[in-house]
Design a protein around this ligand. Sequence first.
Ligand SMILES: [Zn+2]
Length: 380
Amino acid sequence: MVVALAPRNVFAVPNVLRSIRTGLQPGGKTRLVIETASRPSYTLSYGDKQLIVNLSNTNGKTDIQTKLANGTLVKKISQIQDDSLLQVSATLSSMIDAIDKKQIMILEPNGDNDYRLVIDFIAGTGKGINTTTTSAATSTAKPVANTTQQTTHPSKQHIIVIDAGHGGKDPGCIGKGGTQEKTVVLSVAKKLKKTLDSNGYKTFLTRSTDVYLKLAERAEFAEKKHADLFISLHANANPSRDMKGFSIYTLSEKASDEEAQKLADSENAADKIDVNGFEQFSKDIRVALSSLQQHAVAELSEEYANGCAKSMNRASIEQQKGPSVRHAPFAVLRSTVPGALIELGHLSNKSEEKLLKSDAHQNKLVAAIAKSVDAYDFDV
Ligand SMILES: [Zn+2]
């Protein structure tokens, strides 16, 4: 049944533009900040050397403060009002690539500030930008009426890094039947790569053989590949042989519970020399890690982890008792790439050790994880 309902926000009180400013961030990033009276609802589109922020149900204002900092990519800002749609168009000094969701955040009001839509970007080559869908704003800087604005969703191939935990001299945990964690997770990682590749993703493995890699190397690998998602695969062991089921972890400097902390300690122990792995990162990444951007990465990781847990539940894969998603300071997750660490099951449990070794169960795990990747919302 099709019922022509007016969009919900037609009757809502319009949002009001308050200010626009730009600033230079560490690593030479340009930051565009659009302040509005209430929470902004936005999409992005792109023109030639142009970034357009489409704010729905928003009234522009010509007399607002616009502060453009020196040295950013933004040369000029203009506003185009098209009925209730406000386009904030930034004329840039260079091309940019389609902006990743993790480079965008909405900040709540604080102090003298109202809501702020914060967008970070650097110069690029137009990657992921559909240039056939240009905005009304590309042809003129004057206010334009009755122009249909199409939203450009970058049709970019998403990059996924799969990390098979442990390897080489580090076997990970070992089941009573002798099954080694490093072998099980490598087998699952390879199967997952095959599935994701055939589903249209560009997938990389941190290791495809039985080699030892430092945790920081794995995280940095994901950075270098500009991955959109990082999935680290592990299997668990517990002194209680009854304990079984999968669990999923995201990065947090504070563990969600004692058990999560213990697990992070044992997974991190692989690199006794360099538990943090933090010092090895290039300066740019360290800056990003300590910046507000981390907030956005944490949110996306949480979103993925929750979706993954749901997908595993749907596939009737046994879940460890307690919350499906936990948090702990896993060194391998310390990067600017959203992601999660999946403990596929317990090798310390006799029946689960058998399952984890079996092709059929590995395929089941792979199918569930692949579905969680499909369900993840990569685009802005
Ligand atoms: Zn492990």
